[in-house]
Design a protein around this ligand. Structure first.
Ligand code: LLP
Length: 431
């Protein structure tokens, strides 16, 4: 199986984190997202330990909570002693409600509103990652009005093409994120930021994209960023203490995806950085990374109940499910591959080609096209693997479909971490 938290039990049922998924589907209803706390902690600790070992002692991962933001996961991040990346006041609010130590939070975004900036400062967010010169000036003004000096990283665009889907690639010069080195504007940004009285510049950030398998693009970005540190040191006498390399390491959605050794990747990147720092005569900066997908994707799985089988003679077979693009829009948006299994009949022949059709009034509402399953029947339990990242986080109420229940599994115990939405919840704000 694509992840070691999956297996098949004596009843021929799929197990996840040691639990029978068919039993859990019965207990909680479907659509149901299951999360494996042990796997989330394992991933966080791989990053934490490897970064401490291969970079400086104070280097650490920041969980990119846009991948999946809810109170309990910030509690896990707190107890794993890592930081977080937040991208809205909503994520900051959720982390605060969870009791997360906000000095370890980094506030991202290319369009932070003034209210959000104030809210983040009021809640003692440790760092802002500023995306433009205009933004950094607004943060300076607001910080002054609130009588604080705000620590800041500047988001720099290194000009890297990480060979991933265009919609999740962010490091190229014409990206809407960050300020480009290539145009010379990144240098201007540093100079102007250093002159702002209520901003303390701590260093730089870059993020090249998401779902990246090779580690070379990260090394290429690191090379450009270390040179940028050396250049801005020469130009302005400013030594960047922190370099944040962003997120983006890939995960296996299907057997076709390679396995990734995150620890080895981190070591490889660290080797390049140490060598470069030696060449430029710099101390190694504190390194931050922002893994989102690689922390939660394979820590999650979604269960659906099969609806109707539609066999279009000679053309296509569809099996409908009780969820779809409302809880997982990733095939609709990016044609993302997923592994689909028939959780209640794992040992039968996987020889029937069918398309998993979501329930929305939209032809594009597909979870996966032409997968092989045992011929599905009504009320079978369909499992879609590796759904922990950017599924619930991107869910919607399209067609007024309530959001699913999310259940955490830890040490063979299951408990609700996000309740299933009711129809009443969905109209709570309607007048
Ligand atoms: N840091 C920054 C600044 C980011 O923009 C992102 C992701 C991350 C970290 C985390 O990247 P990760 O480790 O998860 O690859 N909705 C898309 C993914 C969008 C990624 C947005 N930024 C998807 O479903 O594939």
């Amino acid at each position: 199986m694509i992840c070691n938290n999956l297996s098949v039990n004596d009843c021929g049922h799929l197990t996840f984190a040691g639990m029978d998924t068919v039993d859990l589907a019965k207990k909680y209803g479907t659509p149901l997202m299951l999360l494996d706390e042990g796997k989330i902690r394992e991933k966080m600790s791989i990053y934490r330990e490897a970064m401490k070992k291969y970079f400086t002692d104070d280097s650490m991962p920041l969980y990119a909570s846009k991948a999946l933001s809810f109170k309990y996961i910030y509690k896990i991040a707190k107890s794993e002693n890592i930081g977080i990346d937040c991208v809205s006041a909503g994520e900051i609010y959720t982390a605060v409600q969870a009791g997360f130590p906000m000095e370890k939070a980094y506030f991202h975004g290319n369009s932070k509103t003034e209210d959000e900036i104030r809210f983040a400062i009021e809640n003692n967010v440790g760092h802002f990652v500023c995306d433009s010169i205009e933004e950094v000036s607004v943060v300076d003004e607001i910080a002054r009005s609130m009588g604080v000096v705000q620590k800041v990283l500047l988001r720099i665009t290194p000009g890297i093409d990480p060979h991933t889907h265009k919609k999740i690639s962010t490091g190229s010069v014409d990206s809407k994120f960050g300020v480009a080195i290539e145009t010379g504007q990144a240098y201007e940004l540093v100079e102007k930021t250093l002159a702002l009285a209520n901003i303390q510049l701590d260093g730089y950030h870059c993020h090249i994209g998401s779902q990246i398998f090779e580690y070379d693009p990260f090394c290429d970005a690191a090379k450009i960023m270390i040179k940028f540190i050396a250049d801005t040191n020469k130009m302005f006498g400013f030594t960047a203490k922190t370099l944040n390399l962003g997120g983006g390491m890939g995960v296996r959605y299907t057997e076709a995806d390679p396995e990734i050794d995150y620890k080895a990747n981190i070591k490889g990147i660290a080797d390049v950085i140490s060598q470069l720092c030696a060449e430029y005569g710099l101390d190694m900066p504190r390194i931050l990374m922002e893994p989102g997908r690689s922390i939660v994707a394979d820590s999650g799985l979604t269960l659906y109940t099969a609806g109707y089988l539609k066999e279009i003679t000679g053309l296509k077979n569809y099996i409908s499910i009780d969820g779809g693009m409302t809880d997982n829009p990733r095939f609709t948006l990016y044609q993302s591959p997923y592994t689909v299994l028939l959780a209640n009949r794992m040992n039968e022949e996987y020889d029937y080609k069918c398309t998993i059709a979501g329930r929305c009034c939209e032809s594009g509402d597909i979870i996966q096209e032409d997968v092989l399953l045992p011929r599905p029947q009504r009320n079978d339990t369909i499992a879609v693997l590796t759904t922990g990242a950017y599924n619930y986080a991107m869910s919607s109420h399209y067609n007024k479909v309530p959001k699913p229940c999310v259940v955490m599994i830890h040490n063979k115990e299951d408990f609700v971490v996000i309740k299933r939405e009711t129809y009443a919840d969905m109209i709570a704000n309607e007048v």
